[in-house]
Design a protein around this ligand. Structure first.
Ligand code: X90
Length: 294
């Protein structure tokens, strides 16, 4: 089985038949379409009563500044069914990974799109995965889907192995404000009122239900680095892949990267900017870290 990149999709030759494979993810994954020729990201929307931001090529600093000075309410919306269906077009096989169904309707909307699309195109194969997570952990998952596909795994094998892989990844995060999560009812009030003190970061992880699970609090970025490393160790991390997205806080992301590299030589760590959806909810200064456990 030979794989090659062609016309924006992986074309695989199996007994003469060409298969176009696409990977479709919502914008909470913080990946960019330009990173891979066969990747399509579907945007969520961030809004105030005055302004809508479609999560595509946003100037994050500008959006956050406007939101920080805005006195009214702000909210988000998941991609609609049509957006998903448009992203599926042109492929024989589609792997879809979505933001956690524990906090968003994104997974449901992708499933409705899948059912409708399959009615019109019964020969297409579409698998929608609810990642029960967001950001950097979705990136790890998508990278794994791509790797399995490039190795020549069948549709069923890719799905099964990816599900196994998901059991060995986690999302850790550090947030400096829970305002937008609380305002939109994505965390319970008790958690929300526990912080809000200036200079305190909350460190937590994605729970197995795909919700936000606080672990500890920390004051100052230096301690955030130490605590994130502590949590990694507790999870049994042993030098696997790490993906770190940050909300306007590259210095902290790089400090965490350096600390990991120092302890675990040769670890594959990638640092990049979060896109709009995660920037809105995680807020300025945040770090989202996807880690591959042993
Ligand atoms: O409008 C919508 O449907 C979007 C709702 C998104 C809600 C949560 C996004 C979380 C972004 C915050 C920190 C990490 C929490 C991880 C929990 C799984 C990032």
């Amino acid at each position: 089985m030979i794989s090659e990149r062609m016309y924006g999709a992986v074309v695989r030759h199996t007994g003469g038949r060409k298969m176009n494979v696409k990977f479709v993810v919502d914008s909470s994954c913080d990946m960019r379409d330009t990173e891979y020729s066969n990747l399509t990201t579907v945007p969520l929307t961030i809004s105030t009563d005055k302004h809508n931001w479609l999560d595509e090529d946003l100037d994050i600093n500008e959006m956050l500044s406007e939101l920080e000075s805005y006195k009214g309410r702000s909210y988000t919306a998941c991609p609609n069914v049509e957006c998903w269906m448009n992203a599926f077009r042109g492929a024989d096989v589609v792997y879809v990974a979505t933001l956690t169904s524990g906090l968003s309707g994104t997974y449901n909307s992708a499933m409705v799109a899948r059912d409708l699309y399959l009615k019109e195109n019964p020969d297409v194969k579409i698998q929608v995965f609810d990642t029960l997570s967001t950001g950097a952990e979705i990136r790890l998952f998508v990278e794994k889907l791509m790797e399995l596909n490039n190795q020549g795994c069948s549709f069923e094998e890719v799905c099964q192995k990816a599900r196994e892989y998901k059991k060995k990844t986690r999302l850790l995060f550090s947030l400096k404000s829970l305002h937008n999560l609380a305002q939109n009812g994505r965390i319970n009030k008790a958690i929300a009122s526990a912080i809000g003190v200036l200079g305190i970061s909350i460190i937590g992880m994605a729970s197995s239900q795909g919700t936000l699970q606080p672990i500890t609090k920390s004051r100052g970025d230096k301690r955030v680095v130490a605590k994130m490393l502590d949590e990694l160790k507790k999870l049994g991390y042993n030098g696997g892949k790490i993906r770190i997205s940050h909300v306007e806080n590259e210095p902290l992301a790089n400090q965490i990267k350096a600390a990991i590299k120092e302890l675990y030589h040769g670890a594959d760590v990638l640092v990049y900017k979060a896109r709009g959806l995660c920037s809105y909810y995680a807020e300025r200064g945040a770090i989202l870290m996807g880690c591959e456990l042993a």
